[in-house]
Design a protein around this ligand. Structure first.
Ligand code: PLP
Length: 493
């Protein structure tokens, strides 16, 4: 038993349609209590529906319970540990929410003139300055709405800079460990992608990079620490190779949580980096956002930043649209301002020392898990981990147990599964990122669950094949769910 009380009352919840009984209602207005209009007099005939059939009639408490129960099927960081590798599912302090909901920030209209939104512009400007200090760059845009949007923005800036040099190039180099958004962004930006194989140590193979890097290559896109949770220690040499042949170095900074306050991309020869504020700087994410993917650049790339740029003029802030080399807008208004406010609140409440402590705890937690699990699972690559680690199912395969079975077994033990089958270069990858916000007790409980699964894989593999047993739904046919989704509306058929 993992120490987490995940057994107990789990409600199944049938569809609300077909339940209730005619005439049952949540609220009954008093007799003659309000004027009743004839809908047919207010709504144009073509938009007027005839008889509404199949619409459930229920009491208020039935409706409240229906939605509350379904909300409890939603697993979130406020429920329990969520060790999804590469996603940094850390606890998001509630003070961030309180600050983002301050009426002066929340109720601001996006079209309000600059003079009326000095507070928001001040926050955007200050947050930008802090991010530049943390990453070692010269200029930043906070407009992109996500990491992937930051990638596209950064690549557009590289393309604009190369075109200005008169040397439009056509390729982007990517290590085979890269996140799927990297090649997708490069393709969207009009580039051909060329994969470079990682070395046996899971890092960029510099000799391979040296062979592939030529005058057709616009940029190397590299994630650091990479998606195997390893620090790309050859980054400075890689940047030298790329720069020597006229290319740019793009750093996917989604894993910044491992290096905040310890190392800066700008000091490593990187030209552009995006950050995922919703990961590193703590805004709730998953389920589709919202996020923020600021892009930090060197002095050379500053002219290409999206418009408008928030600038400080004396004591006030203004929006600078007069930037002839800009790649244009990448988001409406100022981006996802709520996420920016949460990140600013997080950075302020942590302070410089707190941010460093968080980095250290994130890295120690991952290495603690690594040390506890390496006798039970194969670790994908040797060397010290940063903030996440990648295991494989190699040992468990002997008994027919796969990564998917291990992930489902974790659900029965009260944990959200880690990221699985990514990165692609580690066969049967199990990618674990505990983050700094989990306690030793929780991390130990997670390790105990993983160790128990490794034991059950030998003694009773069939039980893992049947997992999960304690969830609302049993194992889903994920391929069918993706290829033949049943999206019928119970009302419309
Ligand atoms: C999360 C992530 C991205 C994409 O970020 P989004 O905000 O989800 O668009 C890119 N690269 C890596 C390594 C990531 O972990």
């Amino acid at each position: 038993m993992s120490g987490q009380a995940q057994r107990g009352i789990v409600f199944t919840e049938p569809e609300i349609f077909g339940r209730g009984s005619p005439g049952r209602a949540g609220y009954t207005p008093p007799e003659g209590g309000w004027p009743v209009a004839d809908p047919a007099a207010l709504i144009p005939a073509p938009a007027l529906r005839g008889e509404l059939t199949g619409f459930p009639e229920l009491t208020e408490s039935e409706v409240v319970r229906h939605y509350t129960r379904m909300s409890q099927w939603n697993f979130c960081v406020d429920t329990a540990m969520y060790p999804l590798g590469s996603c940094t599912m850390k606890y998001n302090p509630k003070i961030n929410e309180a600050v983002a909901r301050l009426p002066g920030l929340l109720r601001l209209h996006p079209l309000q003139p600059d003079e009326d939104c000095q507070g928001t512009l001040n926050i955007i400007h200050e947050l930008g300055r802090w991010l530049l200090e943390i990453t070692g760059f010269h200029a930043v845009t906070l407009q992109p709405a996500a990491g992937a949007g930051g990638e596209l923005t950064g690549l557009l800036m590289i393309r604009a800079a190369l075109e200005q040099r008169g040397s439009a190039r056509r390729r982007v180099l990517l290590p085979d460990s890269s996140h799927g958004t990297n090649p997708a962004s490069a393709a969207l930006c009009g580039y051909e992608t060329l994969t470079i194989k990682s070395g046996p140590d899971g890092k960029i193979d510099l000799a391979e990079l040296d062979r592939r890097m030529d005058e057709s290559v616009a940029a190397l896109m590299v994630t650091n620490p990479n998606t195997l949770g390893l620090f790309e220690s050859g980054i400075i040499e890689a940047a030298r190779i790329v720069h020597e042949r006229g290319g740019f170095v793009y750093c996917d900074g989604a894993n910044l949580a491992a290096v905040v306050g310890k190392a800066r991309f700008g000091d490593m020869g990187v030209d552009v980096a995006h950050l995922n504020l919703h990961k590193t700087f703590s805004a709730p994410h998953g389920g589709g956002g919202p996020g923020a993917g600021p892009v930090c650049v060197t002095r050379e790339l500053e002219p290409f930043l999206p418009i408008p740029v928030v600038t400080r003029r004396g004591e006030s802030y203004a929006l600078d649209f007069d930037r002839p080399h800009s790649v244009g807008r990448v988001h409406g208004f100022h981006g996802n301002v709520g996420v920016l406010v949460k990140a600013a609140a997080y950075i302020l409440s942590m302070g410089p020392a707190g941010l460093v402590e968080a980095t250290e705890a994130a890295v120690i937690n991952a290495n603690y898990i690594r040390a506890r699990l390496e006798g039970h699972y194969q670790v994908a690559y040797a060397g010290r981990s940063m903030h996440e680690l990648v295991l494989t199912d190699h040992t468990q395969n002997e008994h027919g147990v796969t990564t998917l079975d291990i992930a489902k077994g974790l659900i029965d033990r009260g944990f959200h599964p880690p990221t699985i089958y990514f990165p692609l270069i580690a066969h049967g990858a199990i990618m674990i990122e505990p983050t700094e916000t989990e306690s030793l007790e929780t991390i130990d409980a997670f390790c105990d669950a993983m160790i128990e699964i490794a034991r059950v894989a030998k003694s009773d593999p069939a039980s893992l094949k049947a997992a999960p047993q304690t969830s609302v739904r049993r194992r889903l046919d994920e391929a069918a769910a993706a290829r033949k989704p049943d999206l019928r509306c119970p009302l419309c058929g």
